[in-house]
Design a protein around this ligand. Structure first.
Ligand code: 13P
Ligand code: SF4
Length: 378
């Protein structure tokens, strides 16, 4: 939900005709005038111009942690997608932080409200609640831990909070599933079936104990009652359309053409791709692997294009390829550009914040429970 307190001091339109040089200079000027009061967070999939002006770049976990730990900032501009800004709002404005600031809220601004996540949209709260009720006809849902990937709406995080569940990111999914299996014998994992399947399979759970729940199916998510009764992990039928472009045959092509090449992919890729890779991990892990490799290492990387291109530029001593022959990027991450960033920062500085992401108090309360459980998992 976006809350504009007053009409904005500046309209967006004129910013669109300014050059990136002018916009960057104006953004730097706002950052200088606001100092540590302003925190600009940038996800690794952002375009280079935006990353260059971010105070902190990170994967979803690192950025949530930054929002949870920062006590100096009084405003956040989140260069990422909607669920990330929601998560930052929940963490930075949680009750103890609000009390420390005498009740003052930190506005979290998403420079372009159209920056959503198609995967997050594949699980709606009504669908998940309906699925939960239907599952209860077959299994004891008190013995199911709901786990939501952080790429989900705050309402789903709240659902997890209320039902003894937890949030995970691509960097801690295994630790989170271990946490869940200490409490219950089953897990419902949403919205990304691939992260759920890749992680659970890596922990030794057989594929036939991971039925996929199709929220549009007539009955039991399109499964037999027995499949649900025998399940260990119920996977939601959601996926990332960006990572869906990477196919196992792309891995074969690179391995044939470049013997010895290292294949590095994000766990939002399909099981077949991850199986053929050398390493699968979050965007942060992908970066750390490249940084730690000796010069001359050959890589083919299966994740969002902007990150792969940046790694190519930052590591000319290594040979880096993009795993797909099709150029495919996250179109919603790409919505954040310097025009939107400059416009939102100048309005923040003028005291008329635009595109403020504000999660309602009830949803905040329960999603915080699920997020705090995740931040405590080691
Ligand atoms: P991570 O940065 O946590 O790996 O997530 C990738 C992603 O798809 C974010 O939307
Ligand atoms: Fe969502 Fe995929 Fe884009 Fe990540 S890369 S924000 S999961 S659509």
């Amino acid at each position: 939900m976006s809350v504009v307190v007053e009409p904005p001091a500046y309209e967006l339109k004129p910013y669109k005709s300014l050059s990136n040089e002018v916009l960057a200079a104006r953004i730097r000027a706002v950052k200088k005038s606001l100092g540590p009061e302003l925190l600009v967070l940038g996800h690794h999939y952002q375009q280079d111009e935006v990353i260059a002006l971010s105070d902190l770049r990170g994967d979803s976990y690192q950025l949530s942690q930054a929002a949870a730990e920062n006590t100096a900032c009084r405003m956040i501009a989140f260069c990422g997608v909607h669920f990330m800004a929601e998560t930052a709002d929940i963490l930075v404005n949680r009750p103890e932080r609000l009390a420390e600031r005498g009740g003052e809220r930190v506005p979290v601004v998403l420079p372009d409200l159209a920056a959503g996540c198609s995967m997050a949209d594949m699980a709606g709260i009504e669908q998940v609640e309906a699925a939960w009720e239907e599952m209860a006809e077959l299994i004891d849902v008190n013995d199911v831990t709901p786990v939501t990937y952080i790429n989900s709406a705050a309402s789903l995080k709240a659902f997890c909070g209320k039902h003894g569940g937890i949030v995970c990111t691509s960097s801690n999914a295994k630790a989170v599933l271990e946490w869940a299996f200490k409490r219950t014998s089953r897990v419902l994992f949403f919205p990304d079936q691939h992260l759920g399947r890749n992680t659970a399979f890596g922990m030794g759970i057989p594929l036939d104990q991971m039925p996929v729940w199709n929220p549009h199916a007539e009955e039991f998510g399109g499964n037999s009652a027995d499949a649900i009764r025998q399940s260990k992990v119920l996977l939601w039928q959601g996926h990332c359309s960006v990572h869906a472009i990477f196919k196992p045959e792309h891995v074969d092509l690179f391995r044939n053409k470049h013997p010895g090449i290292r294949v590095l992919v994000h766990p939002e890729c399909s099981r077949e791709v991850v199986e053929k890779s050398d390493i699968a991990g979050s965007t942060g892990k992908i970066i750390r692997e490249v940084e730690a490799a000796p010069p001359g290492t050959k890589w083919v990387i299966g994740t969002e294009l902007h990150l792969v291109n940046r790694l190519k530029q930052e590591h000319p001593e290594q040979e880096i390829h993009f795993l797909s022959p099709i150029v495919c990027m996250c179109a919603t991450m790409y919505r954040i550009d310097l025009a939107h960033l400059c416009w939102s920062l100048e309005n923040l500085a003028a005291g008329t914040p635009v595109n403020v992401i504000r999660v309602d108090d009830e949803t905040t309360r329960w999603s915080l429970t699920a997020l705090e459980r995740m931040l405590e998992v080691k």
